[in-house]
Design a protein around this ligand. Structure first.
Ligand SMILES: [Zn+2]
Ligand SMILES: [Zn+2]
Length: 281
């Protein structure tokens, strides 16, 4: 194993929890949503077929994630791959522990690579953004790029997802440049990442209670709102029937359809903050 694994210098434990933290929900018979503090980690597969993990949770959650995987798939089982929707700290927080434990390939989009091989840092979270308590504490969040460069593979250009033959990846930038979502046409299942989320992620109270509310990507970390809006449209056009997002509870059916419709209709006022350093005047 190459010793080129390091987190940013600002890697730290974030003491924030939703009431779903530690909960594993069976969304479909082969899609599981494990809530790790304030972020969702998705497992796709069954004990019989094997599985793939999407995203890698919060900092210092390695053992919790290993336990979650074991509780679904059995002790000692490891995923065939880890797919990263993007490189933010709450989606890569325990990736190094997982790589070391499982020695498993990790896949991400080419445009996200600089944040995963130590070349680039994300911009500092915008605490000045219009938004609630989570936005205000967001300067605590790690934003430095991590380095797992020797272990990262690029997602195939043909849109296929390694070890998930029924899924394809969809480039959904805006929240970050190389953000991807995963989609399965057979049953219109969407793994959205942070392209949109089903909780008002900048409001502490909503994050704790996980009240379902369709929202644009988390405000304090989204850098390109126009592109983010187009990405939500791209996902809505797929007419997903079930969606699991990076934050908030899974949604399906008419709640998802109507929620996405109204999010798109109102995006400039509801998703884009009124002010903040990433907002164009
Ligand atoms: Zn994010
Ligand atoms: Zn996130």
């Amino acid at each position: 194993m190459k010793e080129d694994l390091s987190y940013g210098r600002d890697h730290t434990f974030i003491p924030a929890y939703s009431f779903k933290s530690g909960n594993t929900a069976a969304v479909l018979n082969d899609v599981w949503c494990y809530t790790n503090q304030i972020v969702n980690v998705i497992f796709i597969g069954t004990p019989e077929t094997g599985f793939v993990m999407v995203d890698a949770g919060m900092p210092y959650s390695g053992s919790a994630l290993l336990k979650a995987a074991a509780s679904i798939f059995g002790d000692g089982r490891k995923p065939e791959a880890i797919i990263l929707t993007h490189g933010h700290f709450d989606h890569t927080g325990s990736i190094i522990e997982l790589i070391k434990h499982w020695e498993v390939p990790v896949y991400a989009h080419e445009l996200e690579l600089p944040y995963l091989n130590g070349e680039k840092n994300y911009p500092e979270p915008d605490a000045s953004v219009e938004g609630g308590m989570i936005a205000k504490i967001s300067p605590l969040f790690p934003h430095e790029g991590i380095n797992i460069g020797g272990h990262i593979h690029l997602l195939p250009e043909d849109g296929s997802v390694p070890s998930l033959p029924e899924f394809r990846w969809i480039h959904t930038p805006g929240h970050t440049p190389g953000h991807v979502s995963l989609f399965r046409d057979r049953d219109q299942t969407l793994i959205a990442g942070d392209a949109f989320v089903t909780v008002k992620q900048d409001e502490l109270y909503q994050v704790i209670t996980q009240k379902v509310e369709m929202n644009g990507p988390p405000r304090y970390l989204t850098t390109d709102w126009e592109t983010a809006a187009n990405s939500v449209k791209k996902l809505e056009e797929l007419q997903p029937k079930t969606a699991v997002t990076g934050h908030g509870q899974p949604v399906e059916g008419s709640e998802l359809e109507e929620g996405l419709n109204s999010l798109i209709q109102t995006f400039p006022s509801s998703a884009v903050p009124d002010y903040g350093k990433f907002v164009k005047e």
